[in-house]
Ligand binder design. Structure first.
Ligand code: HMH
Length: 221
């Protein structure tokens, strides 16, 4: 059992937004088997574009972990995340050819662009390390939670989508998210009041961006 930190307090406070992000209609449609495959394909193309911007963001987190963290293990955790993004990009490419989605013709949707612009803002050295870590955790955790639901017993996730669900819903990814959360919590324990306000705001904004991203990606099919 983990000790409850400030992030858990924020998740309680913003519970309905957190649920909107982690139990989105799109995810529910996957686990009840009603998913429209053209929505899945749209999501696939949009997420591929997102991940290509997310990788440089994670690389920036890696640099900051190397320079600013007092703990040598922070860098190793982030490096593990970057390595899994490498596999993820390969996975997207093979899914793209499996589903006939040509990524070179996919155009980023509005929510996708806005989310990517938000990530760019977080790459500024003016944003505190603990605030960046909070955002990084939230981005990963939303997908982990969402796709783990799809793998729960008794669900009707279509067989051809279990690979996608397993990518983020697997136990190793869950443990990785938990390590990132511990880093964020450790930083926030010593953070100023101002940084705490910013970290909570960033958490809320990640959740909002996730909801908007997934909503738009599944709508336009
Ligand atoms: C939109 N959020 C979105 N896409 C992803 N691949 C991740 C998070 C990864 O956790």
């Amino acid at each position: 059992p983990e000790k409850r930190g400030v992030i858990d307090t924020w998740l309680d406070k913003h519970h309905s937004l957190y649920t909107a992000a982690t139990r989105h209609d799109f995810v529910i449609s996957i686990l009840d088997g009603s998913v429209d495959l053209s929505s899945f394909k749209t999501w696939l193309g949009q997420d591929y574009l997102f991940v290509r911007e997310f990788a440089p963001f994670v690389a920036n987190v890696l640099i900051r972990a190397g320079k600013e963290s007092g703990e040598t293990s922070d860098m190793e955790v982030v490096l593990g995340g970057l390595a899994s993004l490498n596999d993820e990009i390969e996975w997207f490419k093979s899914e793209g050819s499996k589903w006939g989605v040509d990524f070179s013709t996919v155009v980023a949707q509005k929510a996708n662009k806005e989310y990517r612009r938000f990530l760019e803002g977080l790459m500024s050295s003016e944003v505190e390390y603990g605030v960046v870590m909070t955002a990084f955790w939230a981005i990963e955790a939303v997908y982990q939670e969402s796709f783990a639901h799809c793998l729960e017993n008794g669900n009707k996730t279509p067989g051809e989508l279990t690979g996608a669900c397993n990518r983020w819903g697997n136990d190793g990814f869950r443990q990785y998210c938990s390590s990132v959360k511990n880093i964020a919590e450790r930083c926030l324990e010593n953070a100023s009041g101002e940084a705490l306000v910013e970290a909570e705001d960033v958490l809320v904004r990640v959740l909002e961006h996730e909801v908007a991203f997934i909503s738009e990606a599944r709508e336009e099919a």
